[in-house]
Ligand binder design. Sequence first.
Ligand SMILES: [Zn+2]
Length: 313
Amino acid sequence: MHVRILGSAAGGRFPQWNCGCGNCVAARENKPTRKFTAKPRTQAQLALSSDGSRWFLAGASPDLAFQIEAAPELHPRALRDSPIAGVVLASADLDHVIGLLLLRELQPLRVYAAPSILRILRDENSMFGMLNRIEPQVVWTPMTAGAPFPLQDAAGNDCEVSCEAIFLSNRFPKYVKSKIQNEEARTASAALFFQAKSPKSSAVKSVAYIPAVEKLDNELLAKIEGVDVLLLDGTFWSNDELIRIQGNGETAHQMGHIPVEESLRLLKNTKVGRRIYMHINNTNPILNEESPEHRAARAAGWEVAEDSWHLEL
Ligand SMILES: [Zn+2]
């Protein structure tokens, strides 16, 4: 399986346009020193493929057009064409769905999402109607939890990657109307588990993508055990990170993110192939490769995702 990390930052990118925190100021200066070295990052975006020719996106970030241009595997091979067969959505967060509007150039695609998220995008936000101006264009496909399903392109061809969703109780973004907030919060975000055969050995390889998770319960920990690659919520290092920097706001947990200092502890004894923090907020000290937090994560066996990483399993 091919996995491309097209973007690794949380919503707002790194540096963030209106942020003057220490990280963002130093990243803008772009002069690595012995105290601060960090690479700029675009918003979290993943692409996966079993054969390197048909690709699925996990999420659709606001930086998607640039991220596609930066990845030659995703370029068209004919006058009107895309190797991108579809998109799997883990949440309705703006930085996870806005990129769909950038894919409106009449290309057939299949989009998988929880039924609640399909309602939010299609019934409550008329702009997404641009994805259904002609036939065939976007085929919206409800995603249920608890069993793997084969990822198909818009025409129904199997792309040889399977996906299983585990819904995580979380809250919908604030733009979502209260009726859905109350009725369907159970499906507000998902952990996505992808599987495909390795081209080298025909062994089945697995990737867990969990960009927003508030708590790692035993069910989720058991599901993570043994995956070849874990891409986990690395939004904040500590629970009060934003409050300390801004002087107000919400905790990481209130925003639906487990802090890295907690997940480091909880996953200490969980066996996985590669463990990688992704969806990293610009305030997270882990972005600075010279920081004690970055060193602590590396010493615990974690990697800190960067844009343009290509993993082959
Ligand atoms: Zn910042």
